[in-house]
Structures are given as C-alpha cells and as structure tokens.
Design a protein around this ligand. Structure first.
Ligand code: ZN
Length: 372
C-alpha cells in the first residue's frame, strides 16, 4: 500500500462576517510573508556572490515577528506557519534554478492562506466546511464527493481578483498500486505554438479554438486597460473585466490540460518527455511570457500523477539530448535552425521537424526504461 494525495477544489460562499475574518487572515499572512521575504532578500543580496556562505545563512522564522507584531487572536496561527513553508519552497525553487526570486505579496493579486488538519479542526459535511478559528461553517458548493477513506490533510482558502472564494482540500489515501508492464509508449515533443507533437501519429495537440479566441479577447482587453488612466472609474471597470477574462482562460487551460493528460495516461503505459528548463528557455529564445503561459509545466505535473496513480511512468530525458538535431531513422546529427520546419537527412528521411523530435524522444526514453 502506498500513500497518495489528491486535491479537491470547490467554490466557497462566506457570509459578511466570515469574509471579514478571511480578509484579516489573508492580510496577516501577507504581512508576515513579506517581512520574512524582505529579510531573506537582504541576506541574499549580501551573500549572493558566495554561494557557500549563502547556504550557511539562517533565515528568519515567524516566531521572530510574533513577539514584535502579535497576531490577532481570531486569526488562524497555522496559516502563519504555512506562510513560512511557502516562502521556504519558493526560495528553494529559485535557488535550484526552477523559478524566479519570490515576489512580495500584494493585496491586488490573488489572496490565500493554508491551514492544516489538527485534531479534527476541519470538517466537511452537508455542504458546509468548518475551518479553524471560524465559528460558523462556511457554505461550500461541493460538486463531487470526497471518498470516505480520504483523509483531509490541509486546506488552502483563496480569493481571486474578481472576488470569488475557493477552497482547495488536500487529502491523503492509501492505494494498492501494482506496477504496469510497459508495452505502449509515447514520446512527446514540446511545441511553442500548441502543446506537443506525439511520436505515434506526429499530430499536434493544440489548445481548442474557444480557448485561443478567449486568449485574443484577453489580450485585447489588456490593451484597452493600458490606455486608460490608472485609478479612474473606467480603468477600474476594465481592470475587473481583464481579471475575469484571465480567470476564465486559466480555468479553460487547466481543464484542457487535465483532459489531455488523462487521455494519455489512459492510452499509454509510459510517456517520455524532455526535462525542459522553461525559465532559461524563455529567456534564451526571447519568447518572453509565451513559454510560461503555454502550460507545459502544469501539463507534465498532471501527467506524472495521473500515470503514477495507475502504476505507470513519466520518463524525463535530459534537456541536453539532441532531439531536434538527430535523424530518427539513421541517428545522423545536423544543425536545425528554428526556421527549418522539415527534417531532411542524407539517408533519405523527410519528416516534420517536431514529429522527428518526438520519435527521438521516445527512442531515448525506451533506452532509459530498458536500463532501469
Ligand atoms: Zn537519417
């Protein structure tokens, strides 16, 4: 038996009183987070040229600020401890080169805090959820059941820019997963203008039309916003419109990525992808935001856990593997500028550039699987 995690996200409907308490908690968490981050930033600036010394530095803990700025009694203290863990993770991601330096939290962005299950302090029943420090349970729109043997570990309560409340409930359960014998394998080549090209049919998995149209609409709304006078009524109105469109597209993207990864996990026993460093890629290729927004990182995360749940595998091959330069038939290598859309080899192979890469990725993955 192995322990598995699953998160469930539901819409929350707090009443006025509850909204006020949530706002207070968001505010306290933001305050402490920013305090700890400011200090961390200072230490980082001081030691950034000496990685060894930087590693030795002790970072502040919430206890330090607790005396200086006492937390209001009515605010959940677990939220504070989690703020530290979140900052710790964000900083480590930065330190390992996976993310940018953590940013300060602002009131204008999405607000959130996380609390943990301790001695049954969280209870979900009859369309209401009881949370620590909040006297009355909050109404929740539970569109799916959480199985009885799933234990609640923690909850993250959030408020979006447009004022909607959500709760993400992280659960843990035991599952007997037997490893699947690997027979059906697919390689995926990441593509910028879509999601991926697969090694089996060479077909491009692209976002649906309605999503791309929604993205265009969002871009247009953002352009209008940038022309309006900041702080004016018209600006505020447009800002809300942008935020709504942004939330809509983010949800559409998420749903699509869930759908695609589910499909792949159902059809294949192993999926091979390249272990891409999205951050440096977007910098090196000057693609700016588009790589981040492509959703590849979220997609591989979904894919990995959906495969794992079924005893299947996601195999990541080295980002240095020359998947685009190699001929997938004879193994010869040549330079492939971005402008060349078709791979033509001396052996006679003529194949779509991304299709060729996807086949190479699959082959390399098969080698790794054979070694394992
Ligand atoms: Zn060849």
């Amino acid at each position: 038996m192995t322990k598995q995690n699953k998160a469930f996200k539901f819409r929350l409907y707090p009443n006025k009183e509850q909204e006020e308490l949530l706002a207070k908690t968001f505010g306290c968490v933001r305050f402490i987070y920013n305090k700890m981050l400011a200090e961390r930033k200072e230490i980082y600036e001081k030691f950034k040229d000496d990685k060894e010394a930087l590693k030795e530095q002790k970072f502040p803990t919430p206890a330090k600020y607790k005396n200086e700025f006492p937390f209001p009694k009515e605010v959940d203290s677990l939220a504070l401890a989690n703020a530290q863990i979140h900052l710790q993770n964000a900083y480590e991601n930065f330190f390992e080169g996976r993310a940018e330096f953590p940013k300060f939290k602002t009131k204008k962005k999405k607000q959130s805090y996380t609390t943990n299950m301790v001695n049954d302090n969280i209870k979900l029943e009859n369309g209401y959820i009881k949370l620590p420090k909040i006297k009355k349970p909050i109404r929740v729109k539970q569109h799916r059941e959480i199985p009885a043997d799933y234990k609640i570990k923690s909850c993250t309560i959030s408020k979006t820019k447009t004022g909607k409340y959500y709760i993400s409930i992280l659960t843990e359960y035991e599952k007997n997963i037997s490893t699947v014998k690997i027979q059906k394998v697919v390689g995926l080549d990441f593509v910028m203008d879509g999601l991926y090209v697969d090694s089996e049919r060479g077909e491009k998995a692209n976002y649906p039309r309605y999503y791309r149209q929604a993205l265009d609409k969002l871009a247009k709304a953002q352009r209008i916003l940038s022309r309006r006078k900041k702080g004016s009524t018209r600006w505020e109105k447009q800002r809300l419109k942008v935020a709504k469109l942004y939330e809509k597209t983010a949800n559409q993207r998420r749903n699509f990525l869930h759908h695609k990864s589910k499909e792949l996990a159902a059809n294949y026993d192993a999926v091979i992808v390249e272990d891409l460093d999205m951050k440096s890629m977007s910098q090196a290729l000057n693609f700016g935001k588009s790589v981040h927004d492509n959703g590849w990182g979220m997609f591989t995360t979904f894919l990995e856990y959906k495969l794992k749940e079924q005893g299947k595998q996601l195999v990541k091959i080295s980002k240095w593997f020359p998947s685009t330069k190699k001929c997938s038939r004879c193994g010869n290598e040549k330079e492939m500028p971005l402008s060349e859309r078709v791979y033509k080899c001396i052996c006679g192979l003529v194949l779509d550039r991304d299709y060729n890469s996807a086949i190479n990725i699959k082959k390399e993955g098969l080698c790794l699987l054979a070694l394992a």
